[in-house]
Design a protein around this ligand. Structure first.
Ligand code: FAD
Ligand code: DHB
Length: 395
């Protein structure tokens, strides 16, 4: 089957699904192909915190009805060091908030809107092959339901995540990927128990970082810093709760335990491609950059990218390509600010790994304790944290 569309989008995570809806709102036609099943995409448990800037984008395209009904608006976070907990009041510091609303819910809402509009979204596509990005008529070929498809487009957008195919199409002499790995990973759980806190707790403890987040008023999401080589099979539910009790413990506060419904270990990495554009190909979201999870920036950065890219593509299809020519520079300038914040939050709150010599480990740990004490004691530092956590303006 042959398709003709202004834009071919590869990857139906939050970035690809939102981009399609932004294009639709601007009357630009597109075909979106995803290589996994719809159920698989919906079942991935990932991000949970939306910046105010992201909520504003979803509002702009009337995609946030359920988010406003069910999302939990948080006016700050609790920052804890060795059992001393301080509330950082974002609303009071910078007049902005964040919304706790799972990535799965965002994805479900976006998919539902595509269904209502009857857009061209293909799940379970195989052999997804973009080509011709250097010329004037790029295309994306794939197989679906035993049939060959070819989309001839003006532009191809790779929203296919960190392991996607689109970034690999950039010539290696033009693409420089700057990366950093960390000597820590996150063990994350979902538990069927009401959160023991009103707002998220980020805690630095001599045993390592711990965090208490949530998905709803009845489901808690918690994380523990572990060594990247750890095997989840060695972490019984009892061991996980004991570590969480120890690292999150604070005087006069208790953590309520409940049945764990999901647990997994995720490594941490920072990575940024040197360009998000080449010829007729544009990258957005995790396809172009990833951050370590501390500070909750990945999904939000993906939303910011497609907010910029969607409008730039719409203008280009109508003959005005200035914004599209600037997209990569604009998105990367914003992205490097996000990278810097995510790295800072990660370094601030994690203990150095066991490969670090003992003397240096102790020194680095004590300086982190000093840095958290500085942040919790300084209105200037708190404002900088609040401004970045709630989301830089998408300009
Ligand atoms: P993805 O969600 O990776 O979507 C890419 C899509 O492309 C996938 O559906 C994939 O199947 C598809 N695809 C890949 N290859 C192909 C191909 N060849 N052909 C067709 N389709 C393809 N971010 C936050 O902002 N806040 C948080 O609190 C947060 N917490 C996180 C916690 C964890 C444990 C993890 C793992 C991540 C977290 N993140 C968080 C990061 C966030 O989940 C990602 O940044 C976000 O999913 C990026 O969206 P995306 O659409 O760019 O990429
Ligand atoms: C969540 C993840 C994060 O990385 C973070 O900083 C805050 C919350 C979450 O999954 O809820």
């Amino acid at each position: 089957m042959k398709h003709r569309a202004s834009v071919a989008i590869v990857g139906a995570g939050p970035a690809g699904l939102l981009l399609g809806l932004i294009l639709h709102a601007r009357d630009i036609d597109f075909v979106l192909v995803e290589h996994r099943s719809r159920e698989h995409v919906l079942s991935r448990i990932r991000a949970g915190v939306l910046e105010q800037a992201s909520v504003d984008v979803l509002d702009r395209y009337a995609l946030a009805t359920r988010l406003h009904e069910e999302g939990l608006v948080h006016g700050g976070i609790h920052l804890q060091v060795e059992g001393r907990r301080t509330h950082i009041d974002f609303a009071g510091l910078v007049g902005r908030t964040v919304t706790v609303y799972g990535q799965q819910r965002v994805v479900a809402d976006l998919m539902e809107r595509h269904d209502e509009l009857g857009t061209a979204v293909y799940y379970d596509g195989s052999e997804v092959t973009p080509s011709g990005i250097d010329g004037s008529s790029p295309r994306v070929e794939f197989r679906h339901d035993g049939e060959d498809h070819a989309v001839e487009a003006d532009f191809v957008v790779g929203t296919d995540g960190y392991h996607g195919v689109c970034r690999t199409l950039l010539p290696s002499n033009l693409l420089d990927v700057v990366e950093r790995t960390y000597d820590a990973a996150w063990l994350g759980i979902l538990a069927d128990v009401a959160p023991s806190t009103d707002e998220l707790i980020y805690s630095l403890h001599p045993d390592g970082f711990a965090m208490h987040s949530m998905r709803s008023l009845t489901v808690s999401r918690l994380y523990l810093q572990v060594d990247p080589a750890e095997d989840i099979a060695d972490w019984s539910d009892a061991r996980i709760w004991a570590a969480l009790q120890e690292r999150l413990g604070a005087p006069g506060w208790s953590l309520t335990e409940g049945p764990i419904t999901e647990k997994s270990i995720t490594p941490m990495r920072s990575s940024v491609a040197s360009t998000l554009a080449h010829g007729r190909l544009f990258l957005a979201g995790d396809a172009g950059h990833i951050v370590p999870p501390t500070g909750a920036k990945g999904l939000n950065a993906a939303i910011a990218d497609v907010a910029m890219l969607g409008e730039a593509l719409a203008a280009a299809v109508r003959g005005s390509d200035g914004a599209l020519a600037d997209y990569s520079d604009r998105a990367l300038e914003r992205q490097w600010k996000i990278q810097s914040f995510s790295q800072w939050m990660t370094d601030l709150l994690h203990t150095p790994g066991t490969a670090t010599p003992e003397d240096e480990r102790r020194f680095r740990y004590r300086s982190r304790v000093g840095q958290v004490a500085y942040v919790t004691g300084s209105r200037f530092a708190q404002q900088a944290l609040a401004e970045q956590y709630t989301g830089l303006v998408i300009a």
